[in-house]
Design a protein around this ligand. Structure first.
Ligand code: MLT
Length: 393
């Protein structure tokens, strides 16, 4: 058997590797606590489950869905988008359903890149951006995100040659893994940059609803004049409604961009189970949605503040997350690498966090800690981290 270079040149998915490590440690009898993947510990809310009971039993939902997304799904998204971001979208041409944000992230590079084309990716960044560019035969140009710049890319530092070569740029605010938030002025500069260099912006907004203060409420790139023509924004129900396993999301953008993606997607898959689309659409408009979101925010804010206190007491360096589920923390200076730090933490204390290098070279001096485990497991995990750090001193 000869595998394609597409596969042999691609490293295993970060969280698949971490899963394997967790299983191996559990096999040895270790009680493993994982603060690695951002998968909410809380169940999908019961009002969503009730909707699913109805929708899954409706035989009209059992056949192939439309490739672009059901009209009622797209209409509900358009209404929500207008209310949430103040942006009007045409449900018929500017919205498309996807099988979770990862479906969009992993397939969009195929729409814009021919083999050998270049793509800008923020570093650190969600690992699928680079993998997908690689699968499409593209070349990655990394744009470092540094603390001094609030983990925003310095667009002025991208060489004009790289900017002209690049056909797409992945952007992700609220940011995974750094949890930085971007203001409108940044998106305005980004749109100007993209127009100047003829770059399509792929804006991953999967964490738009996971924020802690009103002032940090994430915005949509679509609210910037001219963005629709040069950007696609990716959204997910995974984090908004604790629906990671359901695989449903949507993309927004100008008609031509959406149409191009539809050509690819309609050849690759047959869309999202109609019952799930209808549940998602109804969830957006459901009277219990606001209360659920409020409670979810309170839960994560409480966790964030508790974790922040412990990390501060331990003398670890980090910026307080303004959105998303993640703490992006510097490893102690005495440690040679984030992989060694995380490997020893697992081996000695049974605690899994994600090594920063998994998100790109600029992540090397960091680890990522996710707040998506039950409170008591987070507390136990922090006790283990405390013991580990104290033994270093
Ligand atoms: C994360 O932990 O970064 C994400 O939840 C992983 C994913 O979406 O695949």
């Amino acid at each position: 058997m000869q595998l394609s270079r597409r596969v042999t040149d691609t490293p295993p998915y970060l969280f698949h590797l971490i899963d394997e490590k967790r299983k191996a440690a559990q096999k040895k009898g270790i009680d493993v606590i994982s603060l690695a993947i951002g998968d909410p510990d809380q169940p999908t809310p019961s009002f969503v489950l009730d909707l699913m009971d109805e929708e899954m039993r409706d035989p009209r939902n059992h056949s192939y869905p439309s490739y672009k997304g059901e009209p009622d799904f797209c209409k509900a998204v358009a209404k929500w988008f207008d209310g949430r971001f103040g942006v009007e979208l045409d449900p018929e041409t500017e919205i498309m359903a996807v099988i979770g944000a990862k479906d969009a992230v992993s397939h969009l590079p195929f729409v814009f890149l021919d083999p050998g084309d270049s793509a800008l990716v923020t570093d650190p960044g969600y690992p699928v951006y680079e993998a997908a560019i690689g699968f499409a035969g593209g070349k990655v140009i990394r744009v470092p995100l540094v603390e001094e710049n609030g983990f925003l890319p310095d667009l002025g530092a991208i060489s004009p040659r790289d900017a002209d070569l690049a056909k797409i740029m992945f952007i992700n605010y609220p940011n995974n893994p750094t949890s930085a938030v971007a203001e409108k002025s940044f998106f305005q500069r980004l749109v100007t940059f993209a127009v100047k260099h003829d770059i399509v912006i792929l804006s991953d907004n999967a964490y738009s609803e996971v924020y802690f203060e009103k002032a940090d409420r994430p915005i949509s790139i679509m609210s910037v004049k001219g963005a629709k023509q040069i950007a696609i924004e990716i959204h997910s129900f995974s984090k908004t409604f604790n629906m990671t396993g359901w695989r449903v999301g949507f993309v927004t953008g100008g008609k031509d961009l959406i149409n191009a993606f539809l050509t690819l997607k309609s050849n690759f898959d047959s869309g999202v189970f109609m019952a799930i689309q209808r549940v998602a659409a109804r969830a957006l408009e459901h009277p219990e949605a606001a209360t659920f979101n409020k409670e979810r925010t309170a839960l994560f804010k409480n966790r964030r503040d508790r974790i922040a206190r412990v990390l501060t007491d331990l003398g670890l360096r980090f910026q307080l997350p303004r959105a998303s589920y993640y703490f992006w923390v510097r490893i102690p200076d005495s440690y040679p690498s984030s992989v060694e730090f995380c490997a020893n933490l697992l081996e000695e204390k049974g605690l899994i966090v994600t090594p920063g290098i998994g998100y790109g070279p600029s992540g090397e001096r960091f680890f990522r800690l996710s707040m998506t485990s039950p409170d008591e497991r987070i507390d136990q995990g922090l006790e283990r981290l405390k013991a580990f750090i104290k033994e270093l001193l």
